[in-house]
Design a protein around this ligand. Structure first.
Ligand code: ZN
Length: 106
């Protein structure tokens, strides 16, 4: 069964979105950072491992001080079956941590 939340995006569908950072492997793109107190909301797309060229839309709530993942959303299958966090959320977080200095200049 396909849930309404489950969706993949083709690269050309997401190229129009403003992008803050592209990971060095080009598989993860962060387009939104929203700092709210100690929590940072990070939005991005990361490529599906099983379907090349298709991306999941990912949102995470990230606690800066402890690098803790508070929650989030992803359009992949595993979130529907196993809940959060999925590997895409961890990927977005890791790309953010790696590029934090670059991103915070915006
Ligand atoms: Zn996911």
């Amino acid at each position: 069964m396909t849930s309404a939340n489950q969706k993949t995006y083709k690269l050309d569908e997401i190229l129009g979105s403003p992008c803050l950072v592209i990971s060095s492997d080009k598989k993860t793109r962060i387009y939104g950072i929203n700092i709210n107190g100690r929590t940072t909301k990070i939005s991005g797309y990361t490529e599906s491992e099983s379907r090349e060229g298709y991306f999941h839309k990912v949102e995470i709530d990230y606690l800066q001080a402890s690098m803790y993942l508070l929650g989030g959303n992803c359009t992949c299958e595993s979130v529907q079956y196993y809940g959060v966090p999925c590997k895409h959320m961890l990927k977005i977080r890791n790309v953010y941590i790696k590029n934090k200095d670059k991103i915070n200049k915006y």
